[in-house]
Ligand binder design. Structure first.
Ligand code: UVW
Length: 311
């Protein structure tokens, strides 16, 4: 497996050093404000679409090691002290505490989420990640908030199916073919949104009381050249890990290595893209403005997100 990883990574040009030795934002540096302003002028309907799934204990995809998110009540009308009572009988306040993994449900992977051969993006030493303080380099807080032009490639629509076959390996040719069929231009600094239909499948199976299968359509190592050649700033998808599962060539997190570690692209997973796809089809466009703001948790490896797309 290690040999295969070495072979896979050798043929990918990385972005290390491209924005300086201290850079921790990676490909987000490609977002050009003038290009974003031009894209803003292309907004057609003014409708916005939230791409985050609900944060709740059940009915949403949760990896067992992360556990279900917990919303726990901190104060309510039954309290006889503290915030619940301070306003006398006429006023009550309600608050809760959230306990959730930073990679819960719809989330962004920070550039410190994965290391390869001891290095994070830009060659930062993975040993600087500490249990108590988390990431010294490339934590999610280094991402900041960003708005960019985003292109949605709707692969099921391109293939004329409801969803991609489970485990379908998406190649560069698939992405290029879909972009051509949609007649949409990819520009440097774009965010690429890839719809596979997996989350629709997952939700339907779960609602029907069936266990969704593990295999998922997703990106392969081959698809990385499309992303690199178009100077994409970030990638999001409606599956669990961006990449095809089982992993391409059997190499653990192989696409994460290429995108996060080598190219420095933040990843967004479990996006809800179906309503956006319909809204874009109705509006006759495949590009939108996308605004993303991960929680600036110092040293964190990721954050729940609820990106907003404006069509
Ligand atoms: C893994 O793929 C393990 O994590 P994430 O989905 O957060 O990238």
């Amino acid at each position: 497996m290690t040999d295969q990883t070495a072979t896979d990574t050798a043929n990918t040009t990385g972005n290390w050093g491209r924005w300086g030795a201290e850079d921790e934002r990676g490909a987000l540096n490609l977002i050009d404000p003038a290009g974003v302003a031009a894209a803003a002028r292309e907004v057609r309907t003014g409708r916005s679409y939230a791409l985050g799934l609900p944060i709740q204990r059940e009915g949403v995809p949760v990896f067992p090691h992360r556990g279900a998110p917990q919303r726990l009540t901190l104060s309510d009308h039954t309290d006889d002290m503290g915030m619940g009572r301070e306003g006398g009988e006429d006023v009550r306040s309600y608050e809760d505490v959230l306990v959730l993994a930073s990679h819960s449900i719809t989330h962004m992977d920070a550039l410190c989420h994965v290391q390869h051969q001891g290095k994070f993006y830009n060659g930062f030493d993975a040993a600087t990640f500490r249990t108590r303080t988390g990431a010294e380099r490339c934590g999610i807080e280094k991402i900041g908030a960003f708005t960019a032009r985003a292109v949605l490639l709707d692969l099921p629509r391109y293939q004329g199916v409801e969803r991609l076959e489970l485990g379908y390996p998406i190649t560069s040719a698939d992405l290029a073919g879909c972009a051509a069929a949609q007649d949409v231009e990819m520009r440097s600094g774009d965010v690429l949104l890839v719809r596979t239909g997996y989350i629709d499948y997952w939700l339907a199976e779960t609602r029907a009381g069936r266990e969704p299968v593990y295999a998922q359509a997703g990106l392969t190592r081959d698809s990385v050249s499309f992303i690199r050649d178009h100077d994409i700033a970030a990638v999001g998808a409606d599956n669990s890990a961006i990449e095809v599962m089982p992993f391409d060539n059997g190499v653990f997190l192989t696409v994460h290595i290429a995108l996060l570690v080598q190219l420095g692209l933040p990843l967004m997973e479990h996006l809800w893209l179906t309503d956006l796809a319909s809204g874009m089809a109705e509006a006759g466009t495949h590009a939108c403005l996308l605004s993303v703001s991960p929680l600036p948790v110092t040293g964190a490896t990721g954050s729940p997100i609820n990106p907003v797309a404006l069509v």
